[in-house]
Design a protein around this ligand. Structure first.
Ligand code: PBG
Length: 332
């Protein structure tokens, strides 16, 4: 009797890759404009626009042009924008009072965007660094970043932003207890609707360099942020931070930076099943753009691949400086 020989090969997974139609049918994840939050830099003046040298394609815009850009972005399907002010150095002080000035750049930009395109979700950043003479996210007393006094200031800043019309508050400061304090204050002041997207797992990263240029904080920063931002070596700690922020009242959580921390994104989504976002930060953007400009990478291909990777890692959305470029691509 002849031995039966198993057909070779036993399986042909390449069948599922044979054409765009079949690949589309079996695709597990997709990137859509609905996933995007666009971080932008706001500067003083009227009709002013200047490029950020270390972030090719990124601009600092005056409030009027931010409102215009927001409207265009919303028209392209981008649902949310996140504001970062470039504060005039003369407004940076040790007490950071500009942070909760109802008419500071950020709050003026919120109102202008809400006027121009009320449907768009406006997110803000809560931390003292744009206003602090020493570039830190918290008050510095005798060389130390003090926690509880900083939280009180962050609460004032939060309320000013909510008052101006912010939809999503993004605390990026990494102080202890800030989410609970902000949530309580928002409740007490009638801002129950305002969401908190906590920078819950924010690492002390070298990838923030170009951002600090963009907001004019790099020259100002004394020392590092290691006593409040997380050690890149840690993963379990990230889950503890996320659990804490959710318990204190965060609606959504963020992992930052993005690409080097996809493992944290996946663990977060698997463990908590909550709305999870990644921030593809300035250094990630700069490195892809620089390589593309040199012709070393296909810029469009790596942009899309890097963003799809966040979806695959479990993220519901991404903060990315590529947002308008991605939207243009996705809209054909
Ligand atoms: C400030 C803040 C930073 C970023 C967002 N908010 C920089 C920092 O922590 O030093 C970085 C964003 C980016 O690099 O794109 N609290």
């Amino acid at each position: 009797m002849k031995p039966t020989i198993a057909p070779f090969p036993a399986a042909r997974p390449r069948r599922a890759r044979q054409s765009p139609a079949i690949r589309g049918l079996v695709r597990e994840n997709t990137l859509s404009t609905a996933d995007l939050i666009w971080p932008v830099f706001v500067r003083d003046g009227v009709n002013e626009e200047e490029p950020v040298a270390s972030m090719p394609g990124v601009m600092r815009r005056s409030v009027d042009l931010i409102a215009k850009a927001a409207k265009e972005a919303y028209g392209m399907g981008i649902p949310a924008i996140c504001l970062f002010p470039y504060t005039d150095p003369s407004l940076k002080t040790e007490d950071c009072a500009e942070a909760w000035n109802p008419d500071n750049l950020c709050n003026r930009a919120i109102r202008a965007i809400k006027d121009a395109v009320p449907e768009m979700a406006v997110m803000t950043d809560v931390a003292l660094d744009p206003y602090n003479i020493n570039g830190h996210d918290g008050f510095v007393v005798d060389g130390e970043i003090v926690n509880d006094r900083t939280v009180e200031a962050l609460v004032r800043m939060t309320l000013a932003q909510a008052e101006a019309g912010a939809d999503i508050i993004g605390p990026s400061d990494m102080m202890d207890g800030r989410i609970g304090a902000m949530r309580q204050a928002l409740e007490a002041e009638g801002h129950q609707r305002v969401m908190i997207l906590s920078y819950a797992a924010k690492y002390s990263s070298g990838f923030y360099g170009p951002f600090r240029d963009a907001v004019g904080a790099s020259g100002a920063l004394t020392g590092d942020k290691n006593t409040y931002q997380m050690d890149p070596a840690n993963s379990d700690e990230a889950l503890r931070m996320i659990e804490r922020d959710l318990t204190e009242g965060a609606d959504m959580v963020m992992i930052k930076p993005g690409m080097p921390y996809l493992d944290i994104c996946r663990r977060t989504k698997d463990t908590f099943g909550v709305p999870t976002f990644a921030y593809q930060v300035s250094g990630e953007y700069a490195m892809l753009q620089a390589a593309a400009q040199n012709g070393w990478l296909d810029g469009e291909k790596v942009m899309l691949e890097s963003l799809l990777a966040f979806k695959r890692a479990g993220c519901d959305g991404v903060l990315t400086y590529f947002a308008p470029a991605v939207a243009r691509y996705l809209n054909g």
